[in-house]
Design a protein around this ligand. Structure first.
Ligand code: NOJ
Length: 708
């Protein structure tokens, strides 16, 4: 279907049919079947399987114009096969596998009639209180952009439209409380929050979702400057923008619109082409046009975009899915889910205990997350098959034999305060040579509207941990959670700590692979705070006029600082994160030596080659995530203390060395100046290649002014 065909179709449509296209109907809405027959819905949400086929058939065979439906679903980290939560996937620092996982998800969802997923979420998430950090790729715009592009490609290569959401700023909710207002300066938007969306647009994302939040006084769903101005006009996005669930009519509660008619007008004017769940477009646009308050050209533009995406998906030829498309292959998806879960786990501490030696003749697997197949899947798993979810307990029994692995929950569930099971768990711990203690958050503690003000282990889990640790049997702590938790009080009680996020259906076998010898290679996609009081805390912050001394020793909680120092610090807490962005251990030791730059000076448009000699100085083969950071030392506006510019996963055998090289183009050094122009300023830059955002060898280079 060509653009010309789309225009022809629009010219045959009644206004009611156009408004139908601009409406996404919620399940169990009034008279859904009749509405679809009348051409009163452009899209349905949350209809899968036989229902999806039925409604598609009604639209195609029984509506006047036979326009196919977009059938939308939140396929966030898998469909039947559940991959790690996006925050976990981010920890693998591996765009290619994220693409493959999205492609598998699209095949499974596509086979159930879904042709549109509301993923990827591209919100920059710097606040672990915010429950939706679980759905994010973390705090860094470059990592989010790379993984977002990979997900978009994965879904769309399999004929499912991706949706970059939430446009924009939603992750910066005040207090980490979902739906709260955001107050972002234009430069923060341009340099930090918008780039992942620009990357998705450049990768051809078909749809974008407007956000719930108030952004400096204007609800994102009514933000004409950003949606129509930046996204559509400046960036040239020609796909469709959908609202979030009722976010059009929520502009009334925001105090931005008087009533539903005003909300419809604000939404369409801003460039929101399709309304999700609420029906203000359907109910009020005709009246607005009649009164001369809305131009029909805006309606036609919205309809054109919606039909364009349907055409791009091939729905006019194959409304029920392309018969030639790849069928889902469960064993392949299962293998991928296992490898992605394995490489998303971050080893935070390992003083003793890992990998489990052959000598571990009896292992006690304890804790409410040890055998909780549903909880380990994480948030947003409407279609995830719990019966195929394999837990740590089951997988360890399978690996070591049922006689060697014993189990007690200790607590019935993560939030439980009932200590009835404690004694049995402690007795079981005593009977073993090592304890694998699986604690964390159940799936319901993160995701939309699931924010937390306390980031400790919920329920009586700290008590369980301390009681088990008091036995003196080494504790290998596996934490499954949808966000970074505050681990200060936890670390002293475990000899080893593996952070597994919510790892998905293959979480058990993946974790057991690591417990039994494969070296963990996940790295933190977010900074881990020492206390809630440090939040928001992120590595790519600005300096202050009084930076705390970089080598300041760790200050134990509660110890007052020397009052003679007036620095940007806390009196009662270290200013640094407990674990920095990019951090993660393995079973070997990597050394970074001999950082080399191809030149000490370069000019705009040029490329610098930076390399380092990486050696595996330990005794096990392992994979390292080599990270390149830059700091613009002096700018016409201040610049972050470090920014991630590139990364590579490198696998080395014991004793092996490899020179790891990066190409850094000067475009990567651009930022928005005082006049919000994108510039590449001359001056000195420090460059690091290292294992995380807080270490690694560095060198300085200079960007020269361009020759006029
Ligand atoms: C609200 C959420 O904010 C959004 O991310 C999701 O896609 C929609 N609901 C649809 O379920």
């Amino acid at each position: 279907m060509t653009e010309h065909d789309i225009e022809q179709l629009i010219s045959r449509m009644t206004l009611a049919e156009k408004l139908g296209q601009m409406t996404q109907v919620q399940p169990h809405g009034r008279d859904q079947e009749e509405r679809v027959r009348q051409g009163g819905a452009g899209s349905l949400i949350n209809v899968v399987g036989d229902d999806a086929y039925h409604y598609q058939w009604l639209a195609v065979e029984h509506s006047r114009l036979g326009i196919p439906l977009l059938l939308g679903r939140d396929v966030i980290h898998g469909f039947q096969t559940v991959f790690p939560i996006p925050l976990g996937q981010a920890a693998a620092f591996d765009p290619e596998r994220v693409r493959q996982a999205a492609a598998h998800s699209a095949r499974e969802a596509g086979a159930a009639g879904v042709n549109w997923t509301f993923s990827p979420m591209l919100d920059v998430a710097r606040d672990p209180r915010w429950g939706r950090i679980a759905e994010s790729f973390g705090e860094d715009p470059l990592l989010i952009s790379r993984l977002g592009v990979a997900m978009v490609q994965g879904y769309q290569q399999e004929g499912v439209a991706a949706c970059a959401k939430h446009f924009v700023g939603y992750g910066a909710a005040e207090g980490g409380r979902d739906y709260s207002a955001t107050d972002l300066a234009p430069r923060a938007l341009l340099d930090t929050y918008l780039p992942p969306f620009l990357a998705a647009q450049q990768a051809g994302v078909m749809t974008v979702m407007s956000a719930f939040n108030d952004l400096d006084g204007v609800p994102a769903t009514g933000h004409e400057d950003l949606i129509r101005g930046t996204l559509k006009n400046r960036w040239g996005f020609d796909g469709l923008v959908v609202s979030d669930w009722c976010s059009v009519t929520e502009m009334i509660a925001h105090g931005f619109c008087e009533d539903a008619a005003a909300a419809a007008r604000a939404g369409v004017s801003a460039g929101v082409d399709m309304e999700m769940a609420s029906t203000s477009y359907l109910d009020h646009i005709a009246g607005l046009i009649e009164q001369g308050l809305l131009d029909i050209a805006l309606v036609d533009d919205a309809v054109r975009r919606i039909l364009r995406i349907k055409a791009r998906l091939g729905l006019f030829q194959h409304p029920y899915g392309d018969p030639g498309r790849t069928q889902p292959q469960r064993p392949v998806a299962t293998q991928l889910a296992r490898s992605l879960a394995r490489d998303s786990c971050v080893l935070l501490k390992n003083e003793q205990g890992l990998p489990l030696g052959e000598h571990a003749r009896r292992v006690a697997v304890i804790g409410p997350m040890a055998d909780a197949p549903g909880e380990q899947l994480g948030c947003w798993v409407f279609d995830g098959e719990r019966q195929h979810s394999q837990t740590v307990f089951a997988a360890l029994q399978e690996r070591l034999g049922a006689q060697r692995v014993v189990h007690a929950r200790g607590l019935e569930h993560c939030r439980s305060h009932d200590l009835d099971g404690l004694e049995a768990a402690v007795a079981l711990a005593r009977s073993a040579e090592v304890v694998v203690l699986c604690l964390g958050e159940d799936a319901g503690l993160s995701g939309e509207a699931h924010c937390r003000a306390h980031l400790d282990l919920p329920g009586a889990q700290q008590t369980l941990l301390e009681a088990v640790a008091a036995t003196g049997v080494p504790v290998v702590l596996v934490i499954m959670a949808g966000r970074p938790l505050v681990l200060g009080p936890v670390l002293p009680h475990a000899q080893a700590v593996l952070y597994a996020w919510h790892p998905g259906s293959q979480g058990g076998p993946a974790i057991v692979d690591l417990l039994c010898g494969e070296s963990p290679s996940g790295r933190l996609p977010v900074s881990f705070p020492r206390s809630v009081g440090q939040i928001p805390i992120f590595y790519n912050h600005k300096n202050t006029g009084r930076p705390p001394h970089p080598d300041a020793p760790s200050i134990p909680s509660g110890t007052p600082l020397d009052p003679s120092g007036f620095f940007a610090a806390y009196l009662d807490e270290d200013h640094r994160p407990l674990f920095p962005f990019g951090f993660g251990l393995g079973y070997t030791r990597f050394e970074y030596r001999d950082l080399q730059l191809s030149a000490s000076q370069l000019t705009p448009g040029g490329t610098l080659c930076a390399s380092v000699l990486l050696s595996n100085a330990g005794h096990r083969s392992a994979t390292e995530v080599v990270q390149l950071y830059v700091r613009d030392l002096v700018g016409s506006v201040t610049r972050p203390v470090r920014e991630l510019k590139d990364f590579q996963r490198i696998s080395l055998q014991p004793g092996e060395s490899q020179r790891v090289s990066f190409e850094l183009h000067t475009d990567a050094l651009r930022f928005h100046d005082r006049h919000l122009r994108q510039v590449c300023e001359s001056g000195r830059f420090e460059l690091w290649i290292g294992p995380d955002s807080a270490s690694g060898p560095s060198a300085v280079f200079e960007l020269m002014a361009s020759q006029a």
